[in-house]
Write a protein that binds this ligand. Structure first.
Ligand code: SAM
Length: 301
């Protein structure tokens, strides 16, 4: 999938997956992520679903690095979430977007229609500089910027300010009403927290399922995908995450994690089942560095 100039900005359906029969022959027709997120897991969904398919049932579902929430929406669409759900991330703007959609979707839609009507360079930069107070206006601002900014990146500077220039989309889809309403429905009973990933240790109980999709460990010094938020996610964070993984495992929680395939990551999870899976990444600004890359899936089931 290409990003950038000339792209329409439509929310793509995942070929061969959303149309494919789910368990029991049901065709999933649920929402897809309403934000384009760096490291979004859509390409990896078939592998993640295959792995989760090994679990006949699980209790609550936890996603502590929720980002665009690709796996959450897919599991919800497939009817695999029968217990409570907790989504969290340490990015307060991202969580505000989820809360706005959950609690005030009609206002968000109304505000996005207004953004779409007024969309031009001047409106983009005025919205980027604005700091609205209400949940609906915060959510609409983030969704609007995310769908019109360069490469759909969500990048903040050291002061937590969104600083991405406007993209050159021909006809960006700023307000996908049906998808937003479906997302609000999926989020209706979901707990959504701004929280660091280790808060899952308190929240998860034996039999629950936790999916970790942390910022990637860089495959090389230049492939730094981790700089899209205020605080980078360094090797100490990756080690702390591996400790949380082990603590959950010891407590009887089902744990699944994806990350880049590096010696460092494989070493952290040497005691667990580590599979290499192929995914393509589209966030590199240099076209010759995009393409299929190997990732790892680590699980204790
Ligand atoms: C690879 S992205 C997740 C992508 C997501 N799975 C998707 O499908 O779009 C990683 C996420 O981790 C969040 N994050 C970074 N450091 C964190 C931390 N210490 N605690 C919790 N979340 C963190 C970022 O805000 C980002 O949304």
């Amino acid at each position: 999938m290409k990003h950038g100039a000339g792209q329409s900005g439509e929310t793509p359906r995942l070929p061969g997956l959303t149309e494919a029969p789910g368990p029991g022959g049901a065709v999933p027709k649920g929402p897809v992520p309403f934000l384009k997120w760096v490291g979004g897991k859509r390409q990896l969904l078939p592998e993640l679903l295959r792995r989760i398919g090994r679990l006949a049932t699980f209790g609550a579902y936890h996603e502590p690095f929720v980002g665009g929430g690709a796996l959450f929406f897919e599991l919800w669409s497939r009817g695999r979430l029968s217990g409570p759900v907790r989504l969290s991330d340490n990015n307060p703007n991202l969580i505000a977007a989820y809360e706005g959609v959950k609690y005030a979707v009609e206002q968000v839609i109304e505000l996005l229609r207004e953004h779409a009507r007024r969309h031009d360079k001047e409106h983009y930069y005025a919205t980027r500089a604005a700091r609205p107070d209400s949940l609906a206006a915060r959510a609409a601002r983030i969704i609007y910027l995310n769908r019109t900014c360069f490469n759909g990146l969500f990048r903040e500077n050291s002061r937590g300010e969104f600083n991405v220039p406007m993209g050159r989309y021909v006809n960006p889809r700023i307000c996908d009403e049906a998808n937003l309403r479906a997302a609000a429905e999926a989020l209706r009973d979901v707990r959504i927290d701004t929280a660091p990933f280790d808060s899952v240790v308190e929240a998860a109980a034996p039999g629950d399922l936790v999916y970790f999709d942390p910022p990637y460990h860089p495959v090389s010094a230049t492939a730094n995908f981790t700089a899209y938020q205020r605080d980078g996610f360094g090797e100490d964070d990756q080690r702390a995450l591996a400790g949380v993984f082990r603590a959950l495992d010891a407590n009887g929680v089902h744990v699944l994690l994806s990350n880049s395939c590096t010696e460092f990551v494989r070493g952290l999870y040497a005691d667990f089942v580590v599979e290499n899976v192929s995914a393509s990444r589209c966030v590199n600004s240099r076209a010759d560095r995009r393409g299929a890359v190997w990732e790892v899936l680590v699980g204790n089931f």
